[in-house]
Design a protein around this ligand. Structure first.
Ligand code: GSH
Length: 288
């Protein structure tokens, strides 16, 4: 499995617009990245073949990411599980900087930079996984057969368009993330109204969740069949946020998430550890 290299964004410019400052202090439980190969070379080895030693090649693929985010966790898990050589840049506090916005006017993470992309960058977690699967022929994660592929696409669109907005409305207040413009939670409404909207979103999660189980999984271990597909990575990562509100996941969903972690191993556990670490942090802050 390829190792990820994490570095921080080049210039600290602007404050994070989409996340509270306190979140920046969150200590992720686990680090999902490894040190660059060049730094691990021992002095002895360097001395022996100093003339031959070459600096580690910078990976062609870079992921700008925020560790506490499940949208980012999705692509981080995928890149590791697919064994893609890549580097990670922590974009915390930089997404609205002039430098970032010049490349990505949507100021979103995850964002990849990869040679050959018409505008140099690509955002939207599902589009990133589709692109990288296509580019590297990763049929295991994203089948080529049109009918099979259509099911994966449908599950991902349904997640982004229906399930995720409910999950965001339900969990962002507890996560300390600002709600999207137009949401009751983003307005000047009375706290009771905000609480009602949050509760309504919590109640709405059960239906799409059951659709993933009964329709998309349809008795199979994963949406992708015997092995997790990119839609499974997207779903499992999304469900991680529900821990912050102690959402009572149905038995199948708990087993499904455990099966994802078992199947993908460290590729899942590393980025999940960052999300879980952040959740543990906000929960300890809430108790204090
Ligand atoms: N649908 C997008 C959502 C991306 C998104 O909302 N990213 C947030 C983090 S969770 C972000 O980067 N916000 C920073 C900002 O807007 O400045 C995806 O799946 O990639």
């Amino acid at each position: 499995m390829a190792k990820a290299v994490t570095k921080s964004a080049r210039k600290p410019v602007a404050k994070p617009a989409a996340k509270p400052a306190k979140a920046a202090a969150a200590k992720p439980a686990a680090k999902g990245s490894a040190k660059p190969a060049a730094k691990t070379a021992s002095k002895a080895a360097a001395g022996k073949s100093a003339a031959k030693a070459k600096p580690a090649k910078k990976p062609a693929l870079t992921i700008s990411m925020l560790k506490p985010s499940v949208n980012n966790m999705t692509v981080r898990v995928f890149a590791r599980a697919a064994g893609l050589d890549h580097a990670e840049t922590d974009a915390w506090g930089h997404t609205r900087s002039p430098e970032y916005m010049a490349r990505n006017p949507a100021h979103l993470t995850p964002m990849i930079e990869d040679k050959g992309l018409p505008r140099g960058v690509l955002w939207e977690s599902c589009a990133i996984m589709q692109y990288l699967s296509n580019k590297h022929g990763l049929e295991k994660f994203y089948p080529k057969a049109p009918a099979k592929r259509a099911m994966i696409d449908s599950a991902m669109f349904y997640l982004i368009g229906t399930l995720y907005p409910y999950v965001a409305r339900a969990t962002y207040p507890a996560l300390g993330f600002p709600q999207y413009a137009g949401e009751v939670g983003h307005s000047d409404a009375h706290p009771d109204r905000k609480s009602e909207a949050q509760k309504a979103a919590v109640a709405a999660i059960a239906e799409p969740l059951e659709v993933f189980h009964s329709f998309f999984r349809d008795g199979k271990p994963f949406i992708g069949g015997k092995n997790p597909s990119i839609a499974d990575i997207r779903l499992a990562a999304t469900l991680e946020f529900l821990a912050v509100i102690d959402y009572a996941l149905p038995k199948w969903a708990k087993e499904y998430m455990a099966a994802m972690e078992k199947k993908l191993g460290k590729a899942y556990a590393g980025p999940a550890g960052d999300v879980r670490g952040y959740i543990a942090h906000v929960r300890s802050q809430a108790r204090a």
